[in-house]
Design a protein around this ligand. Sequence first.
Ligand SMILES: *[C@@H]1O[C@H](CO)[C@@H](O)[C@H](O)[C@H]1NC(C)=O
Ligand SMILES: *[C@@H]1O[C@H](CO)[C@@H](O)[C@H](O)[C@H]1NC(C)=O
Ligand SMILES: *[C@@H]1O[C@H](CO)[C@@H](O)[C@H](O)[C@H]1NC(C)=O
Ligand SMILES: *[C@@H]1O[C@H](CO)[C@@H](O)[C@H](O)[C@H]1NC(C)=O
Ligand SMILES: *[C@@H]1O[C@H](CO)[C@@H](O)[C@H](O)[C@H]1NC(C)=O
Ligand SMILES: *[C@@H]1O[C@H](CO)[C@@H](O)[C@H](O)[C@H]1NC(C)=O
Ligand SMILES: *[C@@H]1O[C@H](CO)[C@@H](O)[C@H](O)[C@H]1NC(C)=O
Ligand SMILES: *[C@@H]1O[C@H](CO)[C@@H](O)[C@H](O)[C@H]1NC(C)=O
Ligand SMILES: *[C@@H]1O[C@H](CO)[C@@H](O)[C@H](O)[C@H]1NC(C)=O
Ligand SMILES: *[C@@H]1O[C@H](CO)[C@@H](O)[C@H](O)[C@H]1NC(C)=O
Length: 818
Amino acid sequence: MHSFHRRFTSLLLVAPAILRAGAADFDPLQYVDQLIGSRDGGNVFPGATLPYGLAKAVADTNSGSNQGGFTLDGTPILGFSALHDSGTGGEPSLGNFPLFPYAACPGDDLNLCVYPKRTRIAHGSFDSKTVVARPGFFAVTLNSGVKAEMTTSQRTALFRFTFPTATNGAHPLLLQDLSDLHNSRQDNASISIDPATGRIQGQALFVSSFAQGAYKSYFCTDFSGSKIFDTGIFVDSRASSDVKNLTISRSINGYPLPGGAFIRFESPVTPVIARVGLSFISSDQACSNAEAEIPDFDFDAVESAATDAWREKLSPIVVSTGGGVDQEQITNLYSGIYRTMVNPQNYTGENPNWNSGEPYFDSFYCLWDSFRSQIPFLTVLDPAAVEQMIRSLIDTYRHEGWLPDCHMSLSKGYTQGGSNADVIVADGYLKGLTGGIDWEVGYEAVVKDAEVEPFDWCCHGRGGIDSWKSLGYIPVQDFDYKGFGTLTRSLSRTLEYSYNDFTIAQMAKAMNKTTDAEKYLDSSGNWRNLYKENQTSNLYTGGDTGFVGFFQPKYINGTWGFQNPLKCSNIDNTGSVCSLQNTGAETFESSIWEYGFYVPHDQGSLVELYGGPSNFVKRLDYLHDRNITYIGNEPAFLTVFQYHYAGRPGLSAKRSHFYIPRFFDTTPEGLPGNDDSGAMGSFVAFSMIGLFPNPGQNVYLITPPFFESVNITSPVTGKTATVRVVNFDPTYAAIYIQSATLDGEPYTKNWIDHSFFTEGKELVLTVGKNESSWGTAVKDLPPSVGEYVGFNGTGAGPSRRTLRYPVEFGRTGLAFGQ
Ligand SMILES: *[C@@H]1O[C@H](CO)[C@@H](O)[C@H](O)[C@H]1NC(C)=O
Ligand SMILES: *[C@@H]1O[C@H](CO)[C@@H](O)[C@H](O)[C@H]1NC(C)=O
Ligand SMILES: *[C@@H]1O[C@H](CO)[C@@H](O)[C@H](O)[C@H]1NC(C)=O
Ligand SMILES: *[C@@H]1O[C@H](CO)[C@@H](O)[C@H](O)[C@H]1NC(C)=O
Ligand SMILES: *[C@@H]1O[C@H](CO)[C@@H](O)[C@H](O)[C@H]1NC(C)=O
Ligand SMILES: *[C@@H]1O[C@H](CO)[C@@H](O)[C@H](O)[C@H]1NC(C)=O
Ligand SMILES: *[C@@H]1O[C@H](CO)[C@@H](O)[C@H](O)[C@H]1NC(C)=O
Ligand SMILES: *[C@@H]1O[C@H](CO)[C@@H](O)[C@H](O)[C@H]1NC(C)=O
Ligand SMILES: *[C@@H]1O[C@H](CO)[C@@H](O)[C@H](O)[C@H]1NC(C)=O
Ligand SMILES: *[C@@H]1O[C@H](CO)[C@@H](O)[C@H](O)[C@H]1NC(C)=O
């Protein structure tokens, strides 16, 4: 906790610099639209929360894709709850303990109100025009006339219900239900209501959504605003004011029995405020959280504090709103940025499993999605938060034995590919994060991923370590008796493990662990073992793609297996099984075509294998133009910018404009896939500011921003980095960099490192309508383990050059936190 306070102090000291970064009247919050991605599978959480807040209040709809709670797809509301995740696929997560309001029970008869979730949705219809969503606030009016508004502090939600004037003095009712979105409640949930104060306390055990495990959550609800008429509990469809306590079993037939408490208010009512304190420790702690955070039920003050918190988080990035730029694009940017800070969630002080004094974050949902650009984006915008997240990952290693790969609701989630926490830890180390992170323990944790096979590699670490060491690849149908997980994805796991090892090597190198650095650099080359140089690829519709040389699965005995390189691609309509099923493919949620570019550390060698830069570009174009890749899933992200490695940075710019706004716009259906805790948001944000990371390396690939200028103030140093576009063209015909300067000096490299942000440099990009020779020479290409060969040597550099690892792969040499 100690260094937290120091960090906090330094943040306060640099605050004036943050204010100087932009125009005084610029409010980024006006450009946040939380409803982007609330329809057609974006699954975003569009409600009220703080940055990384545990409390997330929104209306839950009865949609088949209500993973984020609320959807704008015409389905009715089943309640208003205060725990959520954002953007996930799979089963809905959280959504616990919904409140539901009735203006009155028919005839004022308690038993004529509808209690069970499945039937009360008949009273949950609403007009989407009544929906208001802005940072820290959400509101909707039910067709019953009840208006629900909500805001939150860190662990407490405040709901304000305004009831229509009741006829005949009937009494408005609020119920609180022992349920969650996924109907996963287990036995012995309990709830009680205090008839004198109306306080409702309760707890229940639920199943974590994409994980092995369960979690208990607790709440404490208090009311303010109107006099209590009566209180009681309900079970199934009946209620009684004679009973104040309930302990309920799960069910007799699979669906959790409806049960909860209710409270009715004297008529006429003033707006009723329900304060829902939350905890994963106890219902007493839920009460004390609520009392400490919101002592006075002051809705407007809580909302205003939430608004301020968001404004402070988003203000370090200021883009020019001029130059004729489409204002929708500004909304696209800031909404994307906003979503990067909804998950992970700060559960510090709410971890029932250990109490070490370290920060505790949960809803890393999942790192396979967020290592690519979400966490790296926060390393730019909110490094103090990433420092706490990395401390939490390392502390999870200390207490659970392994870094998590996916983690939500206190449970370890399923691993999709490699041990990608390694990439996040290395990325933070190379970019100079400090903040009290014990890097030695962090290093120990990533090495354990590489060296020790867990018994249950379903959910952390890696499988097949014996084969990895002896064969240099993960074989299809591995013989593995030491640990257990789904024996699929041998090809994508080989590629991901290779890159994971590379990031460990870089960390080792920077930490002067030379022997380890060489060892992991060596194994980072294992990807080569699955490259089959004479493999062809036929189209499903007949004919040949014309490309030769693809990764292929291989058996333990060294014999090649076969997987159609297009299997599990976006154009595979054959019903392939591509996720974590036992019958799944050798690539996870993606094709060999797409994984064929996943060698983020050795693009030089890959370009050579694919027949030189022009053939590499042809292959990358084919991947995108033929819809083999789909930008709605995260493995596609880096492929948009990999033209940089073939000396064609202009084509990366062209490709990012191909996808934005065509696949990412500001409508509710404006996301191409699940937002995945803000992964899609971070893709938009990095693409639009024109600096896309190759995560796990100190590298950002340069393309022109979508705005005339972008200022980014480092919350750590208080210095402002600027990217400015000369000849800015709001129609985006001129998106090709002709020349560049960095702090006034000519700059020809097509990439830049993290010191750009921390040292507040100025990059000026002059753009034109045609590609130029800028950034195309071998000396200007990003780092690669293997040489770049077969280039013509356009520009000023030599035509062939060995990039001496690790000279180019450096760590930002800045001591933070002084
Ligand atoms: C629920 O409570 C009953 C009665 O106390 C007990 O027998 C049972 O084991 C409990 N179930 C669980 C899952 O704790
Ligand atoms: C009802 O619950 C409250 C709060 O948990 C507790 O204080 C009280 O003893 C309970 N009453 C009964 C009858 O179980
Ligand atoms: C960026 O910062 C510079 C000063 O560092 C300022 O002149 C410029 O107006 C800022 N740009 C925007 C868009 O606010
Ligand atoms: C997380 O919560 C703890 C405890 O409330 C707080 O000290 C810390 O600053 C929070 N971290 C972030 C990034 O908000
Ligand atoms: C590694 O060694 C170099 C050269 O001796 C030194 O400058 C640097 O501080 C060392 N780094 C670490 C993390 O020990
Ligand atoms: C492809 O190469 C392998 C060796 O890697 C060889 O065994 C096989 O015969 C070749 N197949 C064709 C069709 O040339
Ligand atoms: C290697 O193993 C595969 C799968 O069991 C088998 O089909 C193949 O015939 C074996 N190759 C050799 C050379 O034994
Ligand atoms: C790719 O998909 C887009 C729709 O997203 C479609 O317009 C285009 O025709 C497709 N291209 C090919 C080659 O199938
Ligand atoms: C840009 O390229 C086009 C052909 O692609 C050519 O006609 C035009 O003259 C070029 N413009 C400049 C300014 O070089
Ligand atoms: C190299 O030159 C050849 C012939 O002029 C050309 O076809 C190819 O595209 C060039 N490659 C690169 C990477 O510039």
